[in-house]
Ligand binder design. Sequence first.
Ligand code: FE
Ligand code: FE
Length: 168
Amino acid sequence: MSLKTLEDLFQQELRDILHAEKQILKALPKMAKATESEELQAAFEEHRQQTEEQVERIEQVFAMLEKSPRAKRCVGMEGLIEEGTELMEEGELESPAMDAGLIACAQKVEHYEICAYGTLVAYARQLGMDQAADLLEQTLEEEKETDQKLTSLAEQINFEAVGQSEDE
Ligand code: FE
Ligand code: FE
């Protein structure tokens, strides 16, 4: 597809974030498995459920555009998830240091999403698609809340991780 207008760009970004969300849906259960922290596990599981709703919202926006929800390969998210996979599979980290690493990875993902949805909301408003903007804004808020929740979990877990290395 050759991009000519802001609407083209909006659709392209929507297809990109659809692929990103689908990758996240697959990654979150693996991340939940990799941690021994029940709180972090619960946070990943809660966000997996939210992510399912987020995918539905994207599909609703495609319906408003009268387009089929076709994903476009999101290389940015592939890279972030690849880094997380390396941490889980190739590293020798143990909890809570592993948890600290998982949170860092998850926060990179959330920041990518906050940026993507922020842009999508702005484009949708610009294009006069207020209903779509409102839907995408709901997701934007969820991503921000998730990021904040991860920050408070990190503060607690990083503290424990320091304690862990001092014990050795
Ligand atoms: Fe998301
Ligand atoms: Fe998210």
